[in-house]
Write a new protein. Structure first.
Length: 134
């Protein structure tokens, strides 16, 4: 479903996840990206409510970068099969909606994006691999 670890780490570093990338496993990296995307969407919503257009644009651009280059870029379409294809479609939908939210200054569309990503993030966290004692 996801690309090999080294290419995942490169995808994550491209989107500038600030902390924890060095020691993170692939599961943690995906969690960090989902958290970053959700945080950027929340920041964009707040910026729209305040009428802060530059902050809105910056936050939406960050969310787009995280989703496109981080999450979508880390998918391994050959190994991931239908799951990877479904995630790719979901990410494409969220990217389209983020663009529409940016053009329309629409917090309802941003809430929709959050409603698409948050359950996926929660499910991802709930399946965290268990560490095996040495």
């Amino acid at each position: 479903m996801f690309a090999p670890f080294k290419s995942q780490a490169n995808a994550y570093s491209k989107v500038h996840v600030e902390t924890g990338v060095e020691g993170a496993d692939p599961h943690q990296l995906v969690t960090m990206l989902l958290d970053g995307a959700l945080s950027a969407i929340a920041q964009a919503s707040g910026a729209i409510e305040r009428g802060d257009v530059p902050a809105k644009c910056k936050a939406i651009a960050r969310a787009v970068l995280i989703i496109d280059e981080g999450l979508r870029g880390a998918l391994d379409m050959q190994q991931g099969g239908q799951v990877a294809a479904t995630l790719q479609d979901l990410y494409a939908c969220v990217l389209l909606r983020l663009t529409q939210a940016n053009l329309k200054n629409d917090t309802a569309i941003l809430r929709e994006c959050t409603q698409l990503l948050a359950p996926m993030r929660d499910a991802w966290v709930s399946i965290k691999p268990q560490k095996i004692a040495a």
